[in-house]
Design a protein around this ligand. Structure first.
Ligand code: AMP
Length: 286
């Protein structure tokens, strides 16, 4: 099914498979960008990256219920499929896969076959969002099985998610190349996110403090501050602006462990303003 002049859409796995199989039999390389929709420039930049590594690009829009804990924003998560389809079409994406929850989980989510990534799934965001990364790994595994891409692109903005997906691909021998796209930001430094629109006007003014605090923390560590010292200064700075801090930390970029000498480091934070939970990260070793 496709809107006149618009992007081709697949609502059903069978239709998606038919399309992608035809491409694969023609020897074309398939790129994939999974999203929850409400697309912004950060998402669309991932489409461009996929295009550089593949002959055909598939994007998915699926707000995955199993990665939201009870009480989180699943019900109010912004759903803007028509605008997303238009934006993907304008960006030259070849196929939009937008399954219903019943297509993805035809037997419901009880007794679901799940993917676990022990260690990584319980750290940082995982400890504040129980079950989140299990939900992410499971739906990404299903999407990979449905799309069967050669290459998939994920944003560095969700650093822990990127590591979870890489670990899953290695651990389960998916043989899919995973590429990281850089974090796109608003002019004031706030990382673009579908959740930014939840912010009140006042909180939107404060929100870039999260990026500035990460920059200050990374600079302090580069200049020789101890990590615990830099983390506690960053926490105090965020709390002074009214953030409720889940964590603010400097970790090894490759596994989120405590960094040892010579390891690349990442500065990460998750903090709430009102009902909005924001996450961000930057490299410490620029
Ligand atoms: P989401 O729709 O939030 O699940 O995100 C879909 C993909 O877009 C994920 O790989 C995210 O990491 C990525 N993404 C989200 N925000 C940004 C951003 N500001 N810059 C680059 N990629 C992003």
């Amino acid at each position: 099914m496709s809107a006149p002049g618009g992007i081709e859409r697949a609502l059903y796995i069978a239709r998606l498979r038919q399309r992608v199989s035809a491409w694969r039999s023609a020897g074309l390389r398939v790129g994939f960008v999974p999203t929850m929709g409400n697309l912004h420039a950060g998402h669309l930049a991932l489409i461009d990256i996929a295009r550089q590594h593949a002959d055909r690009v598939v994007a998915s829009v699926f707000v995955n219920p199993t990665q939201f804990a009870p009480g989180e924003d699943y019900a109010r998560y912004p759903r803007t499929l028509e605008a997303d389809a238009a934006a993907l079409s304008a960006r030259g994406c070849d196929l939009l896969f937008a399954p219903a929850v019943e297509e993805m989980y035809p037997e419901g989510t009880r007794g679901l076959v799940e993917v676990r990534v022990p260690g990584l799934e319980d750290l940082l965001c995982g400890s504040f969002r129980p079950g989140h990364f299990r939900g992410v790994a499971t739906v990404v595994a299903k999407l990979f099985g449905q799309v069967r891409p050669d290459v998939a692109v994920f944003g560095a903005k969700d650093w822990q998610q990127l590591l979870v997906v890489r670990a899953m691909v290695r651990g389960l021998d998916f043989g899919i190349e995973i590429i990281a796209g850089p974090t796109l930001r608003e002019p004031d430094g706030l990382a673009m996110s579908s959740r930014n629109q939840y912010l009140s006007a006042e909180d939107r003014q404060k929100a870039p403090v999260i990026h500035r605090t990460l920059q200050a923390m990374a600079a302090a560590v580069r200049l020789g501050a101890s990590i615990p010292e830099a983390e506690s200064a960053a926490r105090i700075a965020l709390e002074a602006e009214g953030f409720v801090v889940d964590y603010v930390a400097v970790r090894a970029a490759e596994d989120l462990g405590i960094p040892v000498a010579g390891q690349a480091r990442v500065a990460l934070a998750a903090a709430r303003l009102g009902n909005t939970r924001l996450i961000d990260n930057i490299s410490v070793d620029q």
